[in-house]
Design a protein around this ligand. Structure first.
Ligand SMILES: C[S@@+](CC[C@H](N)C(=O)[O-])C[C@H]1O[C@@H](n2cnc3c(N)ncnc32)[C@H](O)[C@@H]1O
Length: 199
């Protein structure tokens, strides 16, 4: 699916199936591979606009689904949304209040690209670290985590942090990603806890 032809085909499929973005297929692929979302899990989706992951999540769990993004998300039946920065502690509090128990944190958040590769990679990892901090502050023990990331200089350090916070930390390269893309998914399963600055 990595070729231009594959991407066009995926885009047409997304339109036909009513998904807001072809990113939907990446989440479906990760779930098929890793089974991060369980029946009745409450899930928060960070960087959720325009909402294709939310559409897919709604079909994957009978639990609550909530999306957070800097940009508004058009309504989806059975999904709550928050307009805000995933790094804002008030947003984290709102998510905890609305979900009660947070079983899964997924993040497809991406920075606006500058075209300057090392800068964009560093910004992407910074967002990943923020998504992990969000998970550390909200996840129930035993919960799962998924973050889109990009391979590069700072990536190994991020993966180490995920491996410390979860019993299992793995990576997965989606077939639905562009061929030659550095995009990679980091999957943390079975949350243990995170070191805080005070530790
Ligand atoms: C690739 S899009 C997500 C696509 C989405 N998963 C879908 O399937 O429709 C990345 C999103 O991350 C959001 N984003 C970037 N930084 C953010 C932040 N600090 N807080 C919340 N959202 C953020 C952007 O606004 C953008 O909508």
């Amino acid at each position: 699916m990595g070729s231009q032809w594959g991407r066009d085909r995926q885009y047409r499929a997304a339109v036909r199936e009513g998904y807001r973005s072809r990113a939907a297929y990446k989440l479906i692929e990760v779930q098929t591979h890793a089974g991060i979302i369980r029946e009745d899990d409450n899930v928060v989706d960070l960087g959720a606009a325009p909402g294709s992951w939310l559409q897919v999540l709604r079909t994957m769990t009978g639990g609550k689904v909530i999306g957070v993004d800097l940009n508004p998300i058009a309504p989806i039946d059975g999904v709550e949304t928050i307009v805000g920065d995933l790094n804002d502690p008030h947003v984290q509090e709102q998510v905890k209040e609305r979900l009660g128990v947070v079983n899964v944190v997924v993040s497809d958040a991406s920075p606006k690209l500058s075209g300057q590769r090392s800068y964009d990679q560093a910004r992407a990892i910074e967002l990943d670290e923020q998504a992990l901090a969000f998970a550390c502050a909200t996840l129930k023990p035993g919960g799962n985590f998924l973050a889109k990331s990009f391979q590069g200089e700072d990536f190994p350090e991020f993966l180490v942090k995920v491996r410390q916070a979860f019993r299992s930390g793995r990576t997965y390269q989606a077939k639905a990603s562009r061929r030659g893309s550095r995009e990679i998914y980091v999957i943390g399963k079975n949350f243990i806890g995170c070191e805080t600055d005070a530790d």
